[in-house]
Design a protein around this ligand. Structure first.
Ligand SMILES: Nc1ncnc2c1ncn2[C@@H]1O[C@H](COP(=O)(O)OP(=O)(O)OP(=O)(O)O)[C@@H](O)[C@H]1O
Length: 270
């Protein structure tokens, strides 16, 4: 159960992102102002191409904004850092390494200079155990299912003991049942580790089930934050019980209204 969600952790101030393309400048994001508190779970939702990944990449420090500022723990975000671990949709594991070695690589990068070999191995084991994959430690990505690969990706991110977990549609490529199971696991892990999470998703139910706050983005070009919805559902959350909870239904409807009534989907060429 989150106690206080008041400590400002990530601050995004007047951020604008313009890309140079063959056809000229493309304004992807403008006027983005957002605060994420420590221990908060924030979902970014919006139609395809509105700029969710662009915003997540800015927080990850993989790109720099055209203007505006991004801060993490009062420090300007100037590049990627182990305190902001990223989980991508396609797990991005190295296929020739075992699950253990894939996670160990990240552990070594962050703690290699300060900890013994035994400590690094123990961290790796603990991260795999956290996602229920201790038994698959010696398997290679090609020998495990899509859901398991995604769990290794989450273990790798968590193994760095990041202050914030940035997830870009982490369950987007999975079937509905595996996706539901991983959402439930993520809920438990986040409760146990008190992680701060920013997650990009297309899935309204996923956003409501997992988050404290849903950031709804307008369609691009020059996309911005249209509305922020507070999800005041108590934790722990149970998907079956929530399905009929009027507060859940209300949140779900508010997001659907925003996406389909006020931001009617416009397909546009990328
Ligand atoms: N490096 C880039 N150069 C040029 N345009 C880009 C670049 N990255 C993103 N864009 C454009 O910026 C817009 C936002 O892209 P982004 O990938 O952030 O959207 P998204 O909301 O994450 O989409 P999806 O939900 O489909 O993954 C799109 O129009 C995209 O074509």
């Amino acid at each position: 159960m989150h106690t206080s969600l008041t400590t400002k952790f990530i601050e995004i101030q007047g951020v604008e992102q313009t890309f140079k393309t063959a056809k000229g400048l493309f304004p992807a994001l403008q006027g983005i102002n957002l605060t994420v508190a420590k221990g908060e779970f924030v979902a970014l939702i919006g139609h395809s191409g509105c700029g969710k990944s662009t915003l997540l990449n800015l927080i990850a420090g993989l790109t720099t904004p055209t203007s505006g500022a991004l801060l993490c723990a009062n420090k300007e975000i100037k590049g990627p850092g182990p305190e902001r671990a990223v989980v991508f949709q396609n797990h991005s594991l190295l296929p020739w390494l075992t699950c253990f070695d894939n996670v160990h690589l990240a552990v070594e990068r962050v703690f290699g200079k300060t900890e013994s070999k035994a400590q690094l191995a123990a961290r790796t084991d603990a991260a795999l155990a956290l996602v229920g994959l201790a038994h698959a430690a010696q398997k290679r990505p090609g020998e495990i299912s899509g859901g398991m690969k995604q769990r290794v990706g989450i273990a790798r991110a968590l193994s760095m003991q990041p202050q914030v977990l940035l997830m870009d549609e982490p369950f987007g490529a999975l079937d509905a049942l595996t996706r539901a199971r991983l959402q439930d696991e993520l809920l438990e892990i986040v409760a146990r580790t008190q992680s701060t999470v920013v997650m990009v998703t297309h899935d309204v139910d996923e956003a409501v089930l997992l988050s404290n706050k849903i950031v709804m983005m307008t369609n691009g070009p020059a996309a911005t934050i249209g509305e922020v919805l507070a999800v005041d559902l108590p934790r722990p959350r149970n998907r079956v019980a929530l399905a009929e909870d009027p507060r859940y239904v209300h949140c779900r409807k508010a997001v659907i209204d925003f996406l389909y009534t006020r931001q009617g989907h416009v397909e546009k060429a990328a």
